[in-house]
Design a protein around this ligand. Structure first.
Ligand SMILES: [Fe+2]
Ligand SMILES: [Fe+2]
Length: 167
């Protein structure tokens, strides 16, 4: 199995790991535009694998901590936190500004367009996930968790990519 095939399958493997996670993630995960994220490179993996990984680990931590009142919003906000459709290595957001600062805004616009009105927790998960690069911190436990888990997952993906390139 090639590395690309292996990495593409990661989102599907995580979807199958927990029935509750599957149920909460399903409406976003199987939407037409979300599936396009499988083909967009991100942290040397693809956006679909990355965001499912962030959503799954955030879900597991929230569940373990007893933070269970807003699990659907946590999962769906995490799935949509990088909901943009360009390769940031070669293209810029619609605003033409720098990717690092602007992609949360573009992800939020895209998410509203495809999924309608979002809840305040979902919006916070998306728009504040780049804190402290963007100055306003998340205000909900769920969005703070997504912000932290995103950084850990991104770091793990970069380390894994470095190992693949070295090996
Ligand atoms: Fe991001
Ligand atoms: Fe991310």
């Amino acid at each position: 199995m090639s590395n690309l095939t292996y990495r593409r399958a990661k989102a599907d493997r995580l979807m199958g790991r927990n029935p509750l996670f599957y149920k909460l993630a399903e409406p976003v995960f199987f939407s037409r535009n979300f599936q396009k994220l499988r083909d967009i490179v991100h942290h040397d993996t693809n956006i679909a694998d990355h965001v499912v990984s962030v959503a799954f680990h955030s879900f597991q931590i929230a569940h373990a901590l007893g933070l269970r009142n807003h699990l659907r919003e946590l999962v769906q906000g995490a799935l949509l936190h990088d909901y943009f459709f360009y390769d940031w290595r070669s293209a810029r957001p619609r605003s033409g500004k720098l990717h690092g600062f602007e992609h949360p805004k573009e992800a939020l616009e895209n998410a509203r367009q495809d999924f309608g009105k979002l809840t305040p927790i979902e919006e916070d998960c998306i728009s504040k996930h780049m804190f402290p690069l963007t100055p306003i911190p998340p205000i909900y436990a769920e969005s703070l968790l997504v912000c932290l888990v995103d950084k850990i997952v991104a770091l793990a993906e970069l380390v894994a990519a470095t190992r693949i390139h070295q090996g």
